[in-house]
Design a protein around this ligand. Sequence first.
Ligand code: DCP
Ligand code: MG
Length: 591
Amino acid sequence: MPFKRPRPNPTQGGPNSESSSSRPLPAKQTKTSTAKGLPDMKIYIVQAKLDAESIATLTGLAERHSGVCRNAEDAEVLITAVSMRRRLERHVPWEIAKTKAVVTPQWLRDSIEHGGPLPCDDYVAIGDLHETTVQHCPDCNCKPCGCSDDSPSPTPPTSPRPRTAELSSSPTSLSAASVPEPAERAVYVPENLLPPDPPIPTKLETLDYTSRYACQRPAPLVCVNQSLVRELDTIRHSRWLEGEDRSALSYERAASVIKAYPHKIRSLAQVVKLPFIGTKIGGLIEQYLNTGTILEAETIKGSERFQTLSLFASIYGIGPSTARRLYDLNLRTLEDLEIYYGVERDDVGRQSQIVEVEEKPQHPRWMRGQRAADDGLGDSWIRVALGLREDLAKRIPRAEVEEMGRVVITELNDLKPGCVSTIVGGYRRGKRESNDVDIVFTHPDASKVKGLCKSLVRRLHERGMVTHVMHLSSFHTHDPLRLHHWDNLEKALTVFILPPTSPFYDGTRRRLDLIFASPEVYWTAVIGWTGSIMFQRDIRQWAKDKLGMKFDSSGITRRYDSKEFYPKTEKEVFELFGLQWVDPTWRNADL
Ligand code: DCP
Ligand code: MG
């Protein structure tokens, strides 16, 4: 779910995840994975230009999924972040480099994700080595250049070997093999597209606040240790603003664990064994217990830099890197930003206009810590958001969220009768006031969903209700070979105003996100967009760790064979993953 309101969240997972490539992968090859993703392959990692953490990560990946060599000469594949020949030559003799596939670190990540070596063409690290890299690439496809159709593959194709055994060996896991085969898309008949009614009670006793996974911990809207959570969240927010995503994630995880801890914390001993509470966090908790605050959080709150970066990042479309850039330009107030961006408030404030902001390449927002350098929506949207900032900063009470839902659904049903929908996001988790309204829609007849998002936005615009659209994505059929199935949903991120006939009308602009899912993935979309961020991210992590499955708001896929699963109710999603049901109001795993 790209381009939602930038929020103080570093590792933006949201409904989707972790490899840094947003490019569609080439078709899967006949050579498929064994327990090791890249069996019998020798990899050498050129350390130049990689920081210690990346070296450790890449080495770990190579060790787990392949084989690591101590010198370049013995390797088939050289992984390097270096892009200049001269620089590479300082580390690897050119004559040797020419006999290897010399590729970027992304090749390793993508190949592992893919379950076998990918063609190197798109991952060539050094321009001068393009041809030799393609020639020596260990993928089993014929090389686009340099080899003939009948040249033998460096590693002959092996027959596919599903990773089922490996998966089912985990004692806590629901084996992927035990999951029923997915229904064929063509014969899928949705049986229950409406939210369960009456709500399914959460059996708190079956949930586990000590779990490493937020999707197993019951987290209320406000917990008994809320002020401690807030202190930790201040540090997290600061780290996020400073681009220190890994550190931010540590604080986010610790705060999330505390959020679900059901007792008032009076001594560190109560929580010291909980996951993600290490020595550092433990020290901070102790400090909080002794003094009622965490010194670092208090210092952060008092810092001018933090206050300014927070202010800038509160503008929809400005992410941390843009905020820091603006700060470095010596801008300090929103008025400074107005001048910098050339905002004429009357222009954007009251006119009804569709501002379609150019869509950027979609970097999975959930690929925490690996986001694009520029995390915002672009200058044209920032200009609009600055002009609307007073309206957009106002929280939306529940009754008004419901009114907005009613109005939109009425318009939609005029357009296409029979649609069903769920208001998701913070509203569904019980928040008394929301920053925006998120609604997921579908139609029991899948063929009627396509294009509906655009038609609805057009209709709402014609009726003066949608004034701005900053992202409108179109629907593509699900492509299971993509790393992230973003395109199974149609999304419109808009600015909305209630019609003057509404009893709630007061002219305030509101952010409204419309998400259209095909009926097969309606419930995964509902879960992904209900959040909270940490809750849905840990469902994804759980699905990956325990079942070898991919989960995001646009679908569920089994990794080893890319088969899709279509749960028919929200509860079925939990059942499929072997998770206990958690009512949305207990999914508040973030602050
Ligand atoms: N989401 C996510 N990761 C993100 C952003 C969003 O998983 N980085 C998912 C979970 C969120 C849901 O989308 O709960 C809706 O996102 P919002 O930004 O609208 O956040 P909420 O609706 O939870 O709160 P509010 O809108 O009140 O700020
Ligand atoms: Mg929301």
